[in-house]
Every structure is written in structure tokens, then in C-alpha cells.
Design a protein around this ligand. Structure first.
Ligand code: ADP
Length: 472
């Protein structure tokens, strides 16, 4: 682990294995940290905060810029580590490192634009100043589906704002997190500013949550764990940002460019084997074009190459583990039992021993009562349904506790504006299936989360507002 600028074992001296999801083999091991390790990391972050927060934004920006360059200098190596512990195709892993680095680059500059305000006072002898100050020590708890980007999307704005950070990466993908910390060390980020604690999620999480020195928790992961953290954060009234689950509808109107819509579903549904929180979960197609669309989608999905991430032609990698596979399998079975028709895929590919590879799957005739229509599948399965009218499809699309991303394809401007305004989602892609970029706000409505990451919105999450009333 990386605590206070040192590479350390767990206090317990225990470790746990890191498994390659493509074949079930161990690729390494990392310390099994617990409460004591988390406390040591907060001690270090708290100490480093005293100096890091007092540096100028420009000084911090220089160090962030060096961190960005170091990540890119080591891009290939970090991407290979990511593929080995996470399974995604190399092309996607390289794309993720570029995306991850873009947050460090962007916030290196944005830290310089944390502007305060002055407000006209009510008395001639008073002045009102509004200052923005770093919130303090930040706990960042991150998932395995984007082992690099989910870290930098939190840590870069936190550091730019003047905060210090304790990262608790997902137990499936700790090696990428440690590589990023190595890059931070090489870049000269002072000790204690970035700390990584690997190990027991609940034990480390509980310790970070109950420590009143931790002033902010930023989390990406399941809605269930997010709610748990929100409850725990209440005891010390920490600021929180939560990026939780999604259940994205993908709506295709009869006037859409069908080929672009097919390509959009492929990108949004099958990227990372369907394991992203903004992945399409439900496809709604206007009735008049449904059969034509399903045929095109089936043909295109059958051409996708499933395989090992390090092989250059691979487009679809394995699922992260057995639990992930069981969920996908149960969603497919439930859909078939309730009358869904498998148009393509539908099975695990058994030729990959020790890994859980599922062929891209298209299910037609889906209905709203299927599990796949209500729960996040997190796998390469696309249920397709028909609709007849805009108002009807909006209602169906919004009928979920989630509200992260939604997509709509149409060539009609009026339809585009109407649906974009009516969808109860934090991110709406109109004729665009890949909306995530560094400068835009990423986050969800309803049970998909609280707060935004990216852009100038993302740095506000790490700042307190201080009102200074000045009598002269
Ligand atoms: P997923 O279903 O994507 O694995 P999780 O919400 O389980 O999502 O995991 C996201 C992150 O939350 C991981 O780093 C995981 O270790 C962490 N986590 C899981 N349970 C807890 C907990 N009780 N307290 C703190 N962190 C947790």
C-alpha cells in the first residue's frame, strides 16, 4: 500500500490475491489492510493537508501536470496491468488511461479558477467576502469497472482544490490504483497527499467514515453500498458525492438514422462487456422499425470478437467474476421464462477456461416485468421492446428509481428537445452513445447519486464556502 509516501505492508502483515478474470489465475497479491491501516493513512493525509492546502493553486497545478505526464509516459504498462486484473480489451484500457489522465490535466488548470465573490453589503462600513476553501481530508472509494478513471475523476479535482486523499480501490483491481500512486510519487506529489489503502472494504470504509478528520467521502459503486455510506456519513455530517447504479434506456424513433442507432447501442451496451454504470440496460424501438432494427443489431453484435483483453482483435472481454456471471445468467433465464426471444448470444463461452465470457446477447419481445428491466444487469445483454408514442416511452423510461444516463436517437429537432427535457436523468445523449468527457458534469438523478464529477462542477464538491463579514 502507499501511505505517507512509503510502500508498506498491512499492519496485520496479511495479504490477499489479485485474480485475472479472464482465466481465474492469480496475478499478484496486495496487503489486506484494515482499520488500523486506514487510520494511519488519515493521519498522513491530515498532516499533509496542513502544507498542501497552503500551496498556491499554481504550485499544485505544476505537480498535477507532472502526474499527468508520468501517467502518459507509463500508459502502456498501466493499461496492461488494468487488462490483467479487470479483463477489458487493451484498446479500451488504453482509452481509459487517456481518459483518466485527462482529469489530471484539466484540473491542473481548473484549480487556478476557484474564484470567490464579493457581495454588496447592507451597511456602508461593512464588506461581504465569499471564500472557497478545500474541505479537508477526502476518502475516495472506487469500483473495479474503471480502475483508473474513477480514481483520477475524484482525486484530480480534490488535489487541485487543496485537499489530500485516502483512496480505497476495489478489491478486484488494486494494482492499477497502486500504479497511479507510483506515478504520483514519481511526479513529486508530496508524501501524504495521495494514500492508497487496499484490503477489507467494510473495515476500511467504517474507519474512514467514523473518523471526523475525513471531511468528504466520494464514492462510485453500487446503490446499496452508496446508501450504507450515506447513512454512516451522517454521524459526522461529512460532505458526500455518490455515483451509483443506473438503468439506462436507449430510445430509437422511427426517423432515427438506423445505422448510427445500431452503432450507438453496440458502443453503449457492449463496452466493458456491459459493465459500466451508464451502459444501456433497456432498448425501446418505435414499432414501425422494430424488426428492421433488431435484424441489424443482431447482425452487428454477432460480428463482435470475444476474447482475452491482451489480444489485439478482442472487442469483448470477460465479466469480472462468478457473481457477475450468475446475475447475467439469471437475467437471461428470467427474460426467456417471461416470453423473451434470444435473437443472438445468450450463453457463456466455455472454451475460455476459468473465465466468465458471455456472447453479446440480444433479447426481443422484452416486457417491463422482467428482472432485466428493473435491475442493473452489468453484462452484455440488450433487451429490446417496442413503443408507439413519445409520451408513452418517456413514462416507461422514467419508471425506475435510477436516473443516471439515457439515450435517444432521432433526426427530428422537436422530438430531440422534448425528450431531452422530459427524461429524468443526469446525462442525456441525443444521437450520442458516448457522452463522458472531462469538462462535462457526470452524475445522476434519484437513486443514481448525489453530486457531479467533471468540469467546474466537479471541483465544487471538494470546496467549502466561507462567508467573511468585514466591518471596517
Ligand atoms: P460493485 O457492485 O460494483 O462491486 P460495490 O459498491 O460493491 O460495487 O463496490 C464499490 C466499492 O465499494 C469497492 O471499492 C468496494 O470495495 C467498496 N465497498 C463495498 N462494501 C463496502 C463497505 N461496506 N464500506 C465501504 N466500502 C465498501
Amino acid at each position: 500500500m502507499y501511505i505517507d509516501g512509503k510502500w508498506v505492508k498491512a499492519v496485520s502483515n496479511e495479504s490477499f490475491p489479485v485474480i485475472n478474470p479472464a482465466n481465474g489465475q492469480q496475478i499478484g497479491s496486495v496487503p489486506k489492510g484494515g482499520a488500523e491501516d486506514a487510520k494511519l493513512a488519515v493521519d498522513a493525509a491530515e498532516k499533509a493537508f496542513q502544507t498542501w492546502s497552503k500551496m498556491t493553486a499554481d504550485q499544485r497545478g505544476h505537480l498535477l501536470r507532472r502526474w499527468y505526464e508520468t501517467i502518459l509516459d507509463n500508459k502502456q504498462e498501466i493499461a496492461e496491468t488494468l487488462v490483467l486484473e479487470q479483463g477489458k480489451p487493451m484498446k479500451e484500457a488504453l482509452g481509459e488511461i487517456t481518459y483518466a489522465a485527462s482529469f489530471v490535466y484539466w484540473y491542473a488548470e481548473e484549480g487556478k479558477r476557484v474564484y470567490g465573490e464579493t457581495i454588496p453589503a447592507s451597511h456602508p462600513d461593512k464588506r461581504i467576502l465569499v471564500l472557497k476553501q478545500p474541505v479537508g481530508v477526502v476518502a475516495a472509494i472506487t469500483p473495479w469497472n474503471f480502475p483508473a478513471a474513477m480514481i483520477t475523476r475524484k482525486v484530480a479535482p480534490a488535489l487541485a482544490a487543496g485537499c489530500t486523499v485516502v483512496i480505497k480501490p476495489a478489491e478486484q483491481t488494486p494494482l492499477t490504483a497502486l500504479k497511479l500512486a507510483e506515478a504520483a510519487e514519481l511526479a513529486g506529489i508530496p508524501k501524504g497527499v495521495v494514500n492508497v489503502v487496499t484490503g477489507e472494504p467494510a473495515e476500511i470504509g467504517d474507519q474512514l467514515l467514523k473518523d471526523s478528520r475525513v471531511r468528504k467521502v466520494t464514492f462510485t459503486g453500487s446503490t446499496e453500498v452508496g446508501k450504507h455510506l450515506m447513512r454512516k456519513a451522517a454521524d459526522t455530517v461529512k460532505k458526500i458525492s455518490l455515483e451509483l447504479g443506473g438503468h439506462a434506456p436507449f430510445i430509437i424513433f422511427a426517423d432515427a438514422n438506423l445505422d448510427l442507432a445500431v452503432q450507438g447501442v453496440l458502443q453503449s451496451k457492449f463496452r466493458n462487456s456491459g459493465q459500466t454504470c451508464i451502459c444501456t440496460n433497456r432498448v425501446y424501438v418505435e414499432k414501425s422499425i422494430a424488426s428492421q432494427f433488431i435484424e441489424k443489431l443482431r447482425d452487428a453484435s454477432e460480428k463482435l470478437t470475444v476474447g482475452y483483453g491482451l489480444e489485439p482483435e478482442t472487442e469483448i472481454g470477460p465479466l469480472i467474476d462468478e457473481d457477475a456471471y450468475k446475475k447475467v445468467e439469471s437475467h437471461i433465464q428470467d427474460a426467456v421464462q417471461k416470453g423473451g426471444k434470444i435473437e443472438s448470444g445468450g450463453k457463456r463461452l466455455t472454451e475460455f477456461e476459468g473465465g466468465y465470457f458471455v456472447k453479446p446477447t440480444i433479447i426481443s419481445g422484452a416486457t417491463e416485468d422482467m428482472k432485466i428491466m428493473q435491475e442493473e444487469t452489468f453484462g452484455p445483454v440488450a433487451p429490446v421492446m417496442e413503443f408507439e408514442e413519445l409520451e408513452e416511452v418517456v413514462k416507461r423510461a422514467n419508471n425506475t428509481p435510477y436516473g443516471l444516463a439515457a439515450y435517444a436517437y432521432t433526426e427530428n429537432l422537436k422530438t430531440a428537445v422534448s425528450i431531452a427535457e422530459q427524461l429524468e436523468y443526469g446525462i442525456v445523449g441525443i444521437n450520442d452513445a458516448l457522452p463522458s468527457v472531462v469538462q462535462a458534469p457526470f452524475g445522476g438523478f434519484k437513486e443514481s447519486g448525489i453530486g457531479r464529477e467533471g468540469g467546474h462542477f466537479g471541483i465544487d464538491e471538494f470546496l467549502e464556502i466561507k462567508y467573511v463579514s468585514l466591518k471596517i
